[in-house]
Design a protein around this ligand. Structure first.
Ligand code: BEZ
Length: 282
C-alpha cells in the first residue's frame, strides 16, 4: 500500500493528507472502483484532451514496427491507435468494459483487465500508461504486473497525476462535502505520488529509472469545471444523495471560479504530471 509522504507544502493540508490517506487504503479499492464508471461519450466530451496531451509520451516511447506494446489503462483507445499507427502490435487493457468496447470499435485489440492484476508474462517490449496509474491504489501490485509483462530490458513509459495534482479541485470538494457532513477522506480514489517515492517503488520492482519528474501542467478544459467533476469526481459526488449532486457541483464550481476560471469564462484544471521512463533489468 502506498505510504508516500506529502511535500512540505502539503503537510497538514487536509485535502492533500486525504489524497495520501486514500492511497493507503487498499481495502477500499473495490468500492472506489465501483464508484467511478466511464461513459465513453461523456469522457470524449469532457476529457478528449487527455489523449492529445499524451503525445509527449509517444515521443519518449518511440514505438517501432514489429514491437509488441501494452497500453495500460487504454481508455477508449485514442493513444493506443497512435501506437498501432506507428507499426507496433499493441494490446490495450482497461478495467472499464465500456471504454474497452469503445476501443474495440476502433478495431483495436483491447481487453478488460484490472491493472492491479495483470496476467501477461514476458511478452511486451514496452508498456505505456497515460493518466491511468493514479486510479490504481495498489502501485506495487501494478508494478509487479508490469515487470512480469515485459521482456528483459523492456521499457515502461508513463505519465500519471503526481504530488499536488488537482489539489485546488480536491480542496474545494473537501470543503463542500465536509460542510454537508460527508466524509471525503473515505471517498478519495486517487494516488498522486512524489517522484522519489515512485522511483523507490519502480526500483523495488526491478526497474532502473532513466528519468522521472513532476511537471506542473495547468490544463485548459473543453468546457466548464462541472463537466470535469461529473466525469472524474464521481466517487466524491456519490457521498451526497443523488438529488443534491447538481447543487454540490455548482457549489464546488463557485469555490473554484476565482482560481481556475479566467475573466473570459475559460476553465482549467491544476494538473501536475509525474512522467517517467524506466527499464526492466536485462
Ligand atoms: C489526472 O489525469 O491527473 C486526473 C484526472 C482525473 C482525476 C484526477 C486526476
Amino acid at each position: 500500500m502506498p505510504e508516500d509522504k506529502p511535500t512540505s507544502g502539503q503537510r497538514g493540508d487536509p485535502a492533500a493528507d486525504a489524497v495520501r490517506q486514500a492511497s493507503q487504503k487498499a481495502s477500499q479499492q473495490a468500492s472506489q472502483q465501483a464508484s467511478q464508471h466511464w461513459d465513453p461519450h461523456r469522457y470524449n466530451r469532457n476529457a478528449g484532451f487527455v489523449a492529445e496531451l499524451g503525445a509527449p509520451l509517444l515521443d519518449l516511447l518511440q514505438p517501432a514496427k514489429g514491437e509488441r506494446v501494452l497500453d495500460l489503462g487504454c481508455g477508449e483507445g485514442a493513444l493506443t491507435a497512435k501506437i498501432a499507427a506507428a507499426g507496433a502490435a499493441v494490446v490495450g487493457v482497461d478495467s472499464s468494459p465500456e471504454q474497452v468496447a469503445a476501443a474495440k470499435a476502433r478495431g483495436l485489440d483491447a481487453r478488460v483487465m484490472n491493472g492491479e492484476a495483470l496476467t501477461f508474462e514476458a511478452e511486451f517490449d514496452a508498456v505505456l500508461s497515460n493518466a491511468a496509474l493514479h486510479w490504481m491504489l495498489d502501485p506495487d501490485a501494478v508494478l509487479r504486473g508490469v515487470a512480469a509483462a515485459l521482456k528483459p530490458g523492456g521499457r515502461f513509459v508513463a505519465e500519471m497525476g503526481g504530488q499536488g495534482n488537482v489539489e485546488t479541485i480536491t480542496q474545494a470538494l473537501f470543503a463542500s462535502l465536509q460542510a454537508r457532513g460527508a466524509d471525503p477522506v473515505k471517498a478519495c480514489p486517487w494516488y498522486f505520488p512524489a517522484p522519489e517515492a515512485y522511483q523507490a517503488r519502480l526500483e523495488a520492482a526491478g526497474f532502473a529509472v532513466e528519468s522521472i519528474a513532476l511537471i506542473p501542467r495547468p490544463t485548459p478544459l473543453p468546457g466548464e469545471i462541472g463537466g470535469w467533476l461529473e466525469t472524474f469526481a464521481e466517487a466524491f459526488l456519490k457521498q451526497v444523495p443523488a438529488d443534491e449532486g447538481l447543487a454540490l457541483i455548482a457549489e464546488v464550481a463557485e469555490r473554484l471560479r476565482p482560481s481556475l476560471c479566467d475573466s473570459e469564462g475559460r476553465w482549467s484544471a491544476d494538473y501536475v504530471r509525474l512522467r517517467f521512463v524506466a527499464r526492466l533489468a536485462g
